[in-house]
Each structure stands twice: as structure tokens, then as C-alpha cells.
Design a protein around this ligand. Sequence first.
Ligand SMILES: Nc1ncnc2c1ncn2[C@@H]1O[C@H](COP(=O)(O)OP(=O)(O)OP(=O)(O)O)[C@@H](O)[C@H]1O
Ligand SMILES: [Mg+2]
Length: 257
Amino acid sequence: MSDAGNGVVLSARDVSVSYGTHLALQPSSIDFAAGSVTALIGPSGCGKSTFLRCLNLMNREIRGCTIEGRVIYHGQDVNTPDVDSYALRRQVGMVFQQPNPFPKSIYENVAFAPRRHGMASRSELDALVERSLRAAALWDETKDKLFASAMALSGGQQQRLCIARALALDPDVVIMDEPCSALDPIATFSIEDTISDMASRGICVIIVTHNMEQAARVSDRCAFFLLGELVEQGPTNELFSTPKDNRLEDYLTGRFG
Ligand SMILES: Nc1ncnc2c1ncn2[C@@H]1O[C@H](COP(=O)(O)OP(=O)(O)OP(=O)(O)O)[C@@H](O)[C@H]1O
Ligand SMILES: [Mg+2]
């Protein structure tokens, strides 16, 4: 499959996931484009995180978990044993629900991986740290204390640092699993701004959220999961205004979930 022309960076084709004998995700197919934000929505336990973890092969780390189907990144199926999942994760970055900075300085959180991947020049690293922190809207708050511990930052600042850490590797996809659920509304808005900025710079952002208002604010497209099934997908405004599937309508009107 080629991604030329239509902007598709990443696709799932009939991706299904089992934990042992339990089929947690039925075969699901979806495309994700550069510069777009896609929200994955649905009630607890419906398979959002399970699906998200397929996209950067995180499920591989879970014992007993099998992923069937194709995960196509720039035209190449990466759900094959020969693909190095660590290399893929540099391009497909991930931000988790709980901010998880390294217990190191702010500077080191951002510089650590690029240095390990060969960037040795101090001035290049300095520039990269500044650029990444700016992109994550954290520069102004941290520029005078870059060598202070990341653990002394607030939760919202730590989450933006985790975004900066992902951005430092120049990813073209960033996947986020409920990145704001541990944050207050002000920190949440700040992350949402960062998400929009990332998309405007061409990054493909895929976010799991339980917050329908957040999905409406930040996403171009939405995918609704229920009981391990990708039930409906499309432009967010269409999905929210005219859901085709009754189960999505019930979810949006708060009848379950
Ligand atoms: N590591 C695991 N081992 C076994 N089963 C798992 C594992 N992770 C998830 N599951 C199961 O897979 C199903 C989907 O779970 P998943 O965590 O993907 O849902 P979710 O939509 O992300 O839910 P939430 O909104 O609560 O985060 C559930 O039945 C869950 O119990
Ligand atoms: Mg989840």
C-alpha cells in the first residue's frame, strides 16, 4: 500500500488482538493521516488501549498477547517479527495516562534518547531541548531551571515534558492514551493546544479520551469502540451530529458508558 497523495501515515488492516484465548479486539481497519488528530472513544474496557498499543507494537511486551492483521506504517507492514519495535517507537511516540518522566533533570529527560541515538554535540542537544520544550509549551516555565529534577514539576508540566521527550525524536505519529485524565482543566487545555500545534506541524496524533468535549475540541476524526469492536469512524462533527449506529448514539447521549 502506498501513502503517496492521501497523506496516510499509518493504517490498521484487520487488526485483532487476543490476550490468551480472549479476543479483546475484533478485526479493525482504519487510516490515520499526517497533520490530523483522531480520537478513539468508547466505554471502559472496549479495547481502546488495546488497539492503540498495536500501533507502536507495545502489545508485544505483554505476555500471551497476539496481534493479527497488518499495521502499515508508510506502506510497510510493521506487525512482522523482523521489525524492530524500538526503532518504530522513535517514529511512533507514545504519551501515557500518568506522566512518567525519568527521575532526572528536565534537560536530561529530553536529551537522553537523542544522545543515545548519536547526537553528541552539546550545542545541537541544547537547541533540540529548547525546540522540543517550546513545541510542548513548556519552555517559558522551565528555561531557568533546566537542570532541576523533572520530578519537581507539576503533573501537567510533567505531561508536557513527556510530550517534549517524544517530540525530541522527531516522530511523525504520536499516540496518547488518556493524556489528560490525571490533569486539571487548565493543564488539560494546555495539552490540547499542544496537540493542535503538533497536528499543524504535520504530526499524526491519535488520542484515547473518555471526554467527549475533548474529542470534539481536538479531533478531526473519531473512532468509536464498543465491546472490542470498532463500531463507527468518520469526521468528528459527523459522528457527533449524525451517528449512524444506534450504539454510538446511545453512548453519546449518555445511555451507557
Ligand atoms: N494486559 C492484559 N491482559 C489481559 N487482558 C487485558 C490486558 N489489557 C486489557 N485486557 C482486556 O482487554 C479488554 C480491553 O481492555 P482495554 O484496556 O483495551 O480497554 P480500554 O477501552 O482501554 O478501557 P479503559 O477506558 O478502561 O482504559 C478488556 O476486557 C481487558 O480486560
Ligand atoms: Mg485504556
